[in-house]
Design a binder for this molecule. Sequence first.
Ligand code: ADP
Ligand code: MG
Length: 396
Amino acid sequence: MKTIDDLAVGGRHVLVRADLNVPLDGGRIVDDGRIRASLPTLAALTARNAKVIVCAHLGRPGGRPDPRYSLAPVAARLGELLGHRVKLAADVVGPSAHHAIAALRPGGLVMLENLRFNDGETSTDDMERGFFADRLVAPVDLYVADGFGAMHRKHASVYDVPRRLPSAAGYLVQAEVTALSRLTGDIRRPYVVVLGGAKITDKLGVIGSLITAADRILVGGAMAFPFLAAQGFKVGTSLLEESQVDIAAGYLDQAARAGTEIVLPSDVIVAAEPAADTPHQVVAADAIPADRMGLDIGPESARLFAASIVGANTVFWNGPMGVFELSAYADGSRAVAQALAGSNAFTVVGGGDTGAAIRALGYSDSAFGHVSTGGGASLEFIQGRTLPGLAALEEP
Ligand code: ADP
Ligand code: MG
């Protein structure tokens, strides 16, 4: 893969697509992992006297400017981490951006506003997306792909821009591809996958394709409920869509035929609602009361999951085991984090919230083999799918 080390960047306008889509609480950044992960590339480019233009998205503003989704807090934090103020243009391809780009000096850096303030960025219409890409590339010379977490999207800044400019991967993308490649092809076995989180519809299909790749799949978080329901258990008011139950039942059959073990929670922590001050209790997985929702795997399951990780040579974990944002429901994720950190296996943690969870639980990224900044992107990659952003980089 061509990287920034192969580009002559000095004095040139370099557009860097970063993934700075950090979790926000109002205007406060809850976890700055993705900003930190972007630093090596940005620092290298400015040190080599490039004129750096950073573009990124934040949330889903719906194709028009919305101050709630401004990258202002991100620009401020990036400035703190780089040790100098970072100017944020007020638009993406408008007069403010053009003025800021024209004013750049070698070694300087400017950030554009949220890419998704323009509907061309995420449009499914090739012409509309291409038109926006043309406007993005007009004032720049080179493109650097470093937003790994967005590379599974066929978006203008990810897919159409690199097809219009000399391009290379940044250090983050290079590190992600190197690490995640160890989870495709020749995998050191046993290979254990831990899946959780709340994006059930998005992720359920991953289990289908991992049944052939993995030796054992542990399912926690809200992901567990379709499987518990498929076994005929009532799941109360837990997150669940009826259509997911048959899909889960199909995977259980498929796994049994393939000899892949699917490990489900045997107990669950339940409460009336996901709130800090609501009383909670541990119940067996087949005894969830009708008016309670499962918010974490229970203590017996936490021990079972940890024990199921011992002896693995490769572990991939995506999705928290519970609503870890509330301390009452963080123990399941803590048990999995601890099992991975204490393991000799090659361990990969992927997912925006999962990365935030391990850091919130006090683990440093260095306790794991690799902490991916990508949620959807890492899941697509380990299933062997082609990411549009990587494919576009490979084109001449
Ligand atoms: P990632 O960003 O790591 O890919 P997801 O976005 O799929 O993970 O899911 C993260 C969210 O899942 C967290 O905010 C967490 O609170 C939530 N979650 C985990 N377990 C449950 C559960 N049992 N019920 C509801 N939400 C859950
Ligand atoms: Mg998430």
